[in-house]
Design a protein around this ligand. Structure first.
Ligand SMILES: [Cu+2]
Length: 217
């Protein structure tokens, strides 16, 4: 009874299968199941390679993956088929923006399959001209350590000398005077300067307190 009712239906399914109108053969057809980066992903660091993972081992022949950067330049390098994965090395110094992936591989059942993916790279633009100038100054001081050390030493001396000069307002004579004077005079002068500064700060603080009163803001 039931078998007799199902018989025409089975014949219809068999007919449809023979014409390839039913989705059943898709099980023999490989498909892309994952990728790194994934489709639509936004990355904050430039990927070094793209990996496409399929539902079965795809054929070694006929695989082609093209990755283009925001300017349309191809950044993908020769790929490697490893079992169910296709690994595509990418160029270095990738620019920020939208990337397009177009892939085509030969499924394990011999059928070509293809698809497209995208990902976005959210990184600061790589500017090679700015990278070079920053590299130069760091190499120069390490090449001549003795001269740079003595230079900084004379800089510090001239700075302290000018600081004292502004205090006494005798800038040109200061250098000769300090070199001729005995060390204890310098100590006394330094103490006097420090004392004067401390006294000045104390007075300013007192004046501000007197003028504004207690902190009631
Ligand atoms: Cu197929």
């Amino acid at each position: 009874m039931l078998r007799r009712a199902l018989a025409p239906l089975a014949a219809l399914v068999a007919l449809l299968l023979s014409f390839g109108l039913v989705a059943a053969p898709a099980s023999a057809h490989d498909s892309l199941i994952a990728s790194t980066p994934s489709d639509g992903e936004t990355l904050t660091a430039a990927p070094t390679e793209l990996t496409l993972s399929y539902s079965a081992e795809i054929a070694q022949i006929g695989a082609d993956v093209v990755v283009t950067d925001p300017a349309g330049t191809v950044v993908s390098q020769p790929l490697t088929v490893a079992g169910t994965d296709v690994v595509v090395p990418l160029a270095a110094d990738l620019a920020p923006g939208a990337y397009a992936i177009a892939w085509r591989v030969t499924s394990s059942d011999g059928h070509p399959i293809d698809g497209t993916l995208t990902f976005t790279l959210d990184v600061p633009a790589v500017a090679s001209p700015t990278a070079e100038p920053t590299a130069e100054p760091t190499t120069e001081p390490t090449a001549e350590p003795s001269t740079s050390a003595s230079e900084t030493a004379t800089e510090v001396e001239s700075e302290s000398a000018s600081a004292e000069a502004t205090e006494t307002e005798t800038a040109p004579a200061e250098d000769d005077a300090t070199s001729n004077l005995p060390p204890w005079v310098l100590v006394v002068v330094a103490l006097a300067v420090v004392g004067a500064i401390v006294a000045l700060i104390a007075r300013m603080r007192r004046d501000r307190a007197a003028g504004q009163g207690p902190h009631n803001r």
